[in-house]
Design a protein around this ligand. Sequence first.
Ligand code: SF4
Length: 269
Amino acid sequence: MSTTDYRERRIRKLVGKAIGDFGLIQNHDRILVALSGGKDSWTLLRVLTRLQERAPVSFSLVAVTVHTGFPGFQTGPMEAWLQEQGYDYRIVKAPVHELMLEKLGPDDTPCSLCARIKRGVLYTQARELGCTRIALGHHREDFIETLLLNQFYNGKIKAMSPLLTADDGRNIVIRPLVYVPEDEIIRYASGAGFPITCCACPACGDQDLKRSRIKQLLSTLEREQPGIKASLLAALGAVEHRHLLTRATMPQAALHDPPCDKADHGRMV
Ligand code: SF4
């Protein structure tokens, strides 16, 4: 077995586990795989294809790439590869670049507008193509970085879900790479021969300072004590609501009782 096959097998196992744990794929699902052209989405597409050959349920895949209109975004090599490998795929044009030029000021950050437009295109495509699921290539680090970003900067305990109903209330979004560490994807994709394609966005590579600090912090902690990242991911599935400040999970009667006048009441817990 080659090193790439071995790496692929490891990722496949983690994806298979996520599919089983969260019921990500059902019999006869048609899955739209959002293919940006980067390492994560290629890995997702390839691994789902391999699982399709082995899974006890039957499902189909269609890869969809949103062409954002950035000058220099060349989808030719991607299309050639997809065709050669026999994939069902669509390249859909969306005026992301045009709208960014039209609507954003010099100091505005483009990513939320861009993400909104791309999301809308994917939802529309999913409906038109009769897809029952939209698969996105977020990996383990995306989940835990988002968790920490929300805690540090937004005052929320919130990350991502591996399975959720999208904002439009119709589409179901799945994230089968939830358990897969990013460095495993990097190592696998570098040997897998994917035509990795940059979307040529001018903002691409501009480091989101907050996210990049969180990334560094996590890497340092993981080096000092391996297992920190896995523990953070596990925490997302082990929420103890009773030990948080959420009023909805507190005993309602106690919440409405008149305040106790004993001076030490608050120290009893
Ligand atoms: S970096 Fe560019 S392509 Fe990526 S989300 Fe931001 S605006 Fe869109």
